[in-house]
Every structure is written in structure tokens, then in C-alpha cells.
Design a protein around this ligand. Structure first.
Ligand code: ZN
Length: 248
């Protein structure tokens, strides 16, 4: 089974559609690590699409805030504005769908899925020191996570040596590849579909081939001006519109 792993789509329909096009014929099932909505201009269309295509979806912190399960008071002012705008846009059906999304960790075919970290969906795993500090008895070999919008992740050998995974996909290249070894533990971030923050504006995703234990990180350019124009029309904050082209 080959899994298309999506995270942090953030209501960016153009990015999502382009990811599905770029990944076409390379996957069997779709899993989603949360943050379907928030920031972008197409919350309803993105929720409808994710519902239609995904086998497993867990919620992210923006999903929780946009459907009213949590306040957006701990968000920065721009994220809060986008959250309140999204809440007004979402149809009753989609609000209800987001409300019933499970909190991670989720699991699928032996791998684990979280939005932030295993212990806390709102926690950012940004460095190696932080990555494997969960309880030692917790030895799930492969965990997919999102939330940081940084494509890549971390690997830990049985000797306890940790390394940052270099997932850099060059400007001309579409993919970088990694073979997973059974003795190691992995924390893998597929990157953000709709609002990358690793200084590469292209939509990010990953494909995990379970039989071959092979992971491919992808980047694909999408129709960014169209997304930005929609955000402008929707009256979303200028800084949120601009950041998309810088990938940060
Ligand atoms: Zn996010």
C-alpha cells in the first residue's frame, strides 16, 4: 500500500489540487495530519475534498479553533483574524465534520499520525533534542507529524544517535527519497501543502510505500497568484497573502 501523506493544507485549494495531480498514480490511500483549514481562502472546498479522498484524518489546532472547539485567543492576531473569517465561511455540515475529527495520535497500517507531537497536538517539534524525548517505552517505529510546516523530520538509531533528515528538494527537482530501516525510529514531516514555512513556496507532501519501506518527499509549484487573488477578494490580511510566496 502506498500512502499519500498530507498536512497543513490550510484552505489552499489550488495547492491541494496540484498535489493530487502531481501524486496521481503514485498512491493508493490518503491520510491527513490535520489543519485542513485556517489562513487560506477555500475552507469549504478543501474540507469537502479531504473528506472525499482521505482514509484517515486527525484534527489540527486550526481545525479545532475554526470549528469553535477552542478559542483562537492563543493565536497571533493575523491567525486569529483568519480563524474568525473561516468560522463564518464554513457550512454547518463542514463545521460539524471538523468538530468530530479525532485528536491524534491516530494510527494506520502500523504507523502513527500526530498533528503536533505524540503528547500534545499543539506542540511544535522543531529540533532533535525535542524530537525523541517521549517515554522510552514508546517505541513506535514510524510517526508522521505536521504543525511546523517544515518538510523533513528526524531519525533515531538503536544506539540512540539522532539525526535530522535532509529532505531538501532542489529547485528543479520534484522529489527526494529515503529508505526506512527497520531498526530505526522515525519522525517524519511531509511538509505543508498550503502554507510552507521552509523558504520554499512550493506545495509539500510525502508518499510512503509501506511494502518497500520507502519515503519520498515532494515539492510541486501551484497556481499561487490565483490563491493570493482569492485571499485579496476575501479581505484576508496582506501579510498572510504575501508570506505564501516566500514560503515562510
Ligand atoms: Zn498548520
Amino acid at each position: 500500500m502506498r500512502y499519500l501523506v498530507l498536512s497543513d493544507i490550510h484552505s489552499n485549494l489550488e495547492a491541494l489540487e496540484q498535489v493530487l495531480e502531481a501524486a496521481r498514480d503514485h498512491f493508493d490511500r490518503v491520510v491527513c495530519l490535520g489543519d485542513l483549514v485556517g489562513y487560506g481562502p477555500d475552507p469549504n472546498a478543501v474540507v469537502a475534498k479531504v473528506r472525499q479522498i482521505s482514509s484517515v484524518v486527525i484534527r489540527g489546532n486550526h481545525d479545532k479553533a475554526c470549528c469553535g472547539l477552542s478559542s483562537a485567543l492563543d493565536f497571533n492576531p493575523l491567525a486569529r483574524l483568519a480563524t474568525l473569517w473561516t468560522r463564518q465561511q464554513l457550512s454547518p455540515e463542514h463545521l460539524e465534520y471538523l468538530r468530530q475529527l479525532p485528536e491524534g495520535p491516530g494510527s494506520c497500517d502500523g504507523f502513527r499520525m500526530v498533528h503536533g507531537s505524540v503528547k500534545d497536538e499543539d506542540e511544535y517539534i522543531v529540533n532533535l533534542d525535542h524530537a525523541f524525548k517521549e517515554a522510552p517505552e514508546d517505541s513506535a517505529p514510524i510517526t508522521f507529524f505536521g504543525h511546523t510546516h517544515l518538510q523533513g523530520g528526524f531519525v533515531l538509531t538503536p544506539e540512540g544517535v539522532g539525526k535530522v533528515i535532509d529532505a531538501t528538494v532542489g529547485p528543479e527537482a520534484g522529489t527526494s527519497r529515503l529508505t526506512l530501516r527497520p531498526e530505526n525510529r522515525y519522525l517524519i514531516n511531509p511538509g505543508s501543502v498550503g502554507q510552507p514555512r521552509d523558504r520554499d513556496w512550493r506545495a509539500a507532501f510525502a508518499i510512503f510505500d509501506h511494502e518497500k519501506q520507502r519515503l519520498e518527499y515532494y515539492r510541486t509549484p501551484y497556481d499561487l497568484p490565483k490563491t493570493q487573488e482569492k485571499m485579496l477578494q476575501a479581505g484576508l490580511p496582506a501579510q498572510l497573502i504575501a508570506r505564501l510566496e516566500f514560503g515562510r
